[in-house]
Design a protein around this ligand. Structure first.
Ligand code: AMP
Ligand code: ZN
Length: 464
């Protein structure tokens, strides 16, 4: 079955047709790094990782770009309030740069713990200020901007199809926008492209620009960086559903206005929320959240249990979190590992019928609950254990549940914790393209009598 994806823009499940057979361009919005990412955020990143792995399973090469919002996201999403990172810097008594650096590193650890493949390009807003200024200049030349006392704004009144992504009536969007009042805006939905530094308080992160010293608005970074790395027209843009009405709507309006090329993006994909019990929102800004560390690592539960848990609900349906999910999924994960181990170590041939079924599930708009059902069928299927194992290892390219690693370690061999830690650090270094550090760590591991091999974006360790 051909790959079908639900496109928020057309509100339909569509067959995926890449712009180029050579490479699929994928942009996903990354974290605002002023706090730990919570397991709600992680649901969106796992969904995007599955998307990427499904594309790869379908033989596409993917170029994945993700941003790190390290400046410009204000406490009021609509350009009012304090910069989230500068605010946190006062709270923690560190510099804004240190805050951003610290939480970016924590975020990378989360990705690693969840077997999420690192983006090919992980780009920071603060390292692409010139590109953002350039795009604002283009918008200015084309007459889409105006100046107020606190910044340069985008005039949404000049974009007739401004609400095309959300499909909302303009009146409804305006209503939401009125919550944060700014009398100088021409339209309630207008948004800041560049904000001036306030005269009263000195900002830590600020830059000179044709309009004065200040910092970029929240949305412009994604437009400028995606165009820089993926071009003016690319395949897929993804994020959580909360981005549809505001962040993505604004990214879309400003990019198409700047480039004049429509569509900017062919497929828009959005993951639904993971909520606390009774639909309560999990939000970084309110501090009402759980992290991978608090719920899994600190309790010595394998974080891949979380990854597996998210597969139980289709990405376009809301998911309610509770402690029973952790307990029952931990049991399911251990059962799964034991069943895989019981298949032995011989790897036979992938069963094509089962593969076809698995492909049908994942290609049906990433239907992971169905894919899990197919995984379970493998154990009951009338084929040899070796073929079952080969089939499961093939599925694990999408599942990312370390079924391969467990198999390879399923002899009596136990890898000491300190060796595992060195291998984890090395993977992190590799993902950061810090080749020197990665080589040093490999040497250290070798000195201690172990061999580390790179496999499927992860690693395998064995005693030499
Ligand atoms: P942020 O760091 O808040 O800008 O969000 C990072 C990503 O997580 C975005 O794609 C959001 O849409 C997504 N997100 C935020 N909260 C949740 C949640 N409770 N469940 C799922 N995704 C979320
Ligand atoms: Zn974005």
């Amino acid at each position: 079955m051909a790959l079908k994806l639900y496109n928020t823009l057309t509100r339909e499940k569509e067959e995926f047709k890449p712009i180029s057979e050579l490479e699929v361009g994928l942009y996903t919005c990354g974290p605002t790094v002023y706090n730990y990412a919570h397991i709600g955020n992680m649901r969106t990143y796992v969904f995007e990782d599955v998307l990427k792995k499904v594309l790869t399973y379908n033989d596409y090469r993917v170029k994945h770009v993700m941003n790190i919002t390290d400046v410009g996201h204000l406490t009021g999403d609509r350009d009012m309030g304090e910069d989230k990172i500068e605010k946190e810097s006062k709270k923690e008594n560190k510099s804004a740069w240190q805050i951003a650096e610290f939480y970016t590193e924590k975020f990378k650890e989360d990705l690693l713990n969840l077997n999420i493949i690192f983006p090919d390009i992980l780009c920071k807003a603060t390292e692409n200020i010139d590109e953002q200024i350039e795009m604002i200049e283009v918008l200015e030349k084309k007459g889409f901007t105006y100046k107020t006392s606190d910044g340069i704004y985008f005039d949404t009144g000049k974009v007739p199809d401004y609400t095309k992504l959300s499909g909302q009536k303009l009146e409804d969007l305006k209503e939401g926008a009125r919550v944060e009042v700014n009398d100088e805006k021409r339209n309630a939905t207008d948004f800041a492209l560049w904000k001036f530094s306030s005269k009263e308080t000195k900002r830590q992160m600020e830059w000179d620009s044709p309009w004065g010293i200040g910092f970029p608005g929240w949305h412009i970074e994604c437009s400028a960086m995606s165009v820089k790395y993926l071009g003016e027209h690319f395949d897929i843009h993804a994020g959580g559903v909360d981005f549809i009405n505001l962040h993505h709507t604004n990214e879309l309006a400003q990019t198409e206005s700047a480039t004049g090329i429509k569509p900017w993006v062919n497929y828009w994909m959005h993951g639904e929320f993971l909520n606390m019990k009774d639909g309560e929102k999990m939000a970084k800004s309110t501090g009402n959240f759980l992290t991978l560390k608090s719920e899994f690592l600190d309790k010595d539960i394998n974080p891949l249990v979380y990854r597996l848990a998210t597969f139980g609900v289709h990405y376009r349906k809301q998911m309610e979190w509770n402690n029973e999910i952790v307990a029952s999924t931990e049991t399911s994960y251990n059962n799964l590992l034991n069943k895989v181990k019981a298949l032995g170590k011989d790897v036979g041939f992938i069963n094509m019928e089962l593969r076809e079924r698995f492909l049908d599930s994942i290609n049906d708009d990433l239907n992971m609950p169905k894919a899990l059902a197919t995984l379970n069928e493998v154990f009951k299927y009338g084929i040899s254990n070796a073929d079952k194992l080969a089939t499961i290892l093939d599925f694990d390219k999408v599942l990312g549940l370390n079924l391969n690693i467990i198999d390879n370690l399923s002899t009596e061999e136990v890898i000491p914790e300190d060796i595992k830690k060195l291998a984890e650090d090395r993977l992190l270094a590799r993902n950061n393209k810090n080749w020197q550090k990665s080589d040093e760590l490999r040497d250290k591991i070798t000195e201690l009598g172990y061999e580390v091999k790179d496999v499927n974006g992860g690693y395998e360790i064995s005693k030499m």
